[in-house]
Design a protein around this ligand. Structure first.
Ligand code: NAD
Length: 497
């Protein structure tokens, strides 16, 4: 399997970044983008500089002043054109993303389709986004309207680039704003390709800039820029906290989609076949590099042995391989450095007394030698309070815990700084309802896992985030709300002389 069947330079000239409507070489340093399947250099991306950020914000503000005055249905039409462009380039976008992230082509194809769907959904939501006439309480007509903020800073991680870019750009544009997007250092290529599609769609120049670069340089410059009125960030909780501090200095609103350490709970009455498939998909799809990965598995003590025996056999059968191989289920991790970080977590788990039931190593063989592969891993024997069960590993590593009663289960499932997602496997609708309502998580899946719909809001509780994405209200997150009172009183005002 050769990854080089994507001629990257024909997809995106990576030495150019998009600054205020102009494609040109970034003012920062060059950085190599690596294919994690074999360690080869795909291309060199020239980072943006702080001066590029200044220019992008100024250009964005100018473009937004006109864009924000356009009628919603006119803006919606542009969002459809962007979706058309994504769909027309779907195959090459997916292949490019597979090269840059290592992910399976099946997954990157789904992410591309989801990005197009996000633009279409936000177009539809925009056209049906009604302003509010509020109930009259006095001699005035009262209403509440939403207005654009101006320039939005969008900062995204490396794990699902085009989908997370679209989740920020589409609602921000819909709401009448400009966007300055900063993709992650490891995976800028598909975001640059999306920038090309946006430019080609005829969107007013300057409305979207794409500025790859380091978080501490370009990301920080965007967050602190006085011309940026809101930042929408997806990434780790440590970075999210830094951004929240910087936002506090400016009193700027932020949306933060952060990390997770999500529990998956199997109840005694669960359909074991379905639960095993769901648990596997929940943790090992995307090689575990997913904020919502179901990384802590809670099993009822009475059935733990039987379940684990079947689970471990199923994990050992998972096909680890190149993302472009259609048979692959577990692709390489995004970068060799990240693979080493995951391996470090497993080594520390072993040292702490954890029992590695399967995996716990890099796979052997020529096909894997140069890539950032790590075997799907199951670890038992550690307490929920252990670092392995508390820290986000962001790799194909599942911790197994057992429980005897529901109160103890809920307490331990909630004993985490995170509150992003949860999976429940049970045939009893009452158990599902009761436990789903007791779990601290922005999303709970019942007899399924990792399903997503753009029409359903997504958010994190506790240290998993602030604000929401997706859903009709997703557009409102990129607006400022204003109330208007129209005086109707025909009688003279009591203060009238
Ligand atoms: P990260 O926090 O290291 O980086 C995310 C982005 O922030 C990158 O573009 C990075 O360059 C930028 N950044 C870094 N420091 C910055 C700073 N000081 N100021 C501004 N920007 C800065 O995260 P990552 O390693 O790229 O991604 C993995 C993390 O993302 C995991 O924790 C995962 O759970 C989280 N994530 C969350 C969601 C969600 O929706 N909740 C979705 C995907 C990923």
């Amino acid at each position: 399997m050769s990854a080089s069947d994507v001629a990257v330079d024909t997809v995106v000239p990576a030495d150019e970044v998009l600054v205020a409507g102009e494609w040109r070489r970034g003012g920062g340093t060059g950085s190599e983008s690596i294919d994690p399947a074999d360690g080869s250099v795909i291309t060199t991306v020239h980072h943006a500089s702080e001066a590029d950020v200044d220019e992008a914000v100024a250009g964005g503000a100018e473009a937004a002043a006109e864009w924000g005055r356009r009628l919603p249905h006119e803006r919606a039409r542009h969002l459809h054109w962007i979706a058309d462009g994504i769909e027309a380039s779907a195959e090459r976008l997916a292949r490019l993303q597979t090269r840059d992230t290592g992910k399976t082509l099946k997954e990157t194809s789904a992410l591309v389709a989801s990005a197009a769907g996000t633009f279409r959904y936000m177009a539809a939501a925009l056209e049906t986004f009604d302003e509010e006439l509020t109930t009259q309480r006095g001699p005035s007509l009262t209403m509440s309207v939403h207005e654009p903020i101006g320039v939005i800073g969008a900062i995204t991680p490396w794990n699902s680039p085009i989908a997370s870019d679209a989740q920020k750009i589409a609602p921000a544009l819909a709401a009448g704003n400009a966007v300055v997007l900063k993709p992650a250092e490891w995976t800028p290529l598909v975001s640059l390709a999306l920038g090309r599609i946006i430019t080609d769609s005829g969107l007013p120049p300057g409305l979207v800039s794409v500025l790859p670069g380091r978080g501490s340089v370009v990301g920080d410059a965007i967050v602190r820029h006085p011309g940026v009125g809101k930042v929408s960030f997806t990434g780790g909780t440590t970075t999210g906290r830094l951004i929240a501090h910087a936002a506090a200095d400016k009193l700027m609103p932020v949306t933060l989609e952060l990390g997770g350490k999500s529990p998956t709970i199997v109840f005694e009455d669960a359909d074991v076949e379905a639960a095993i498939a769901g648990v596997l998909f929940g943790i090992y799809s995307s090689s575990g590099q997913s904020c919502i990965a179901g990384s802590r598995l809670f099993l009822p003590s009475a059935r733990a042995e039987e379940f684990l025996e079947r689970l471990v056999k199923a994990v050992a059968r998972l096909r680890v391989g190149h993302g472009l191989d259609p048979d692959t289920q577990v692709a390489p991790l995004v970068h060799h450095r990240h693979r080493d970080s995951v391996a470090g977590h497993v080594d520390r788990a072993r040292a702490a007394g954890g029992e590695v039931l399967v995996g716990g190593a890099v796979p052997e063989g020529d096909a894997y030698d140069a890539g950032a592969y790590y075997l799907p891993t199951v670890i038992a024997g550690l307490d929920n309070s252990s670092p392995t069960c508390q820290e986000e590993i962001f790799g194909p590593v599942l911790s197994v815990l057992t429980y005897d009663d529901e109160d103890d289960l809920v307490a331990r499932a909630n004993d985490s700084v995170y509150g992003l997602a949860c999976g429940l496997w049970t045939r009893d609708y009452r158990t599902a309802w009761r436990v789903a309502r007791r779990i601290d998580a922005g999303t709970v899946w019942i007899n399924t896992y990792k399903q997503f719909s753009i029409s359903t809001p997504f958010s994190g509780m506790k240290e998993s985030g602030l604000g929401i994405e997706k859903g009709r209200r997703g557009i409102a997150e990129y607006t400022r709300q204003k109330s208007l009172y129209w005086g109707l009183d025909e009688a003279p005002h009591p203060w009238a002389g």
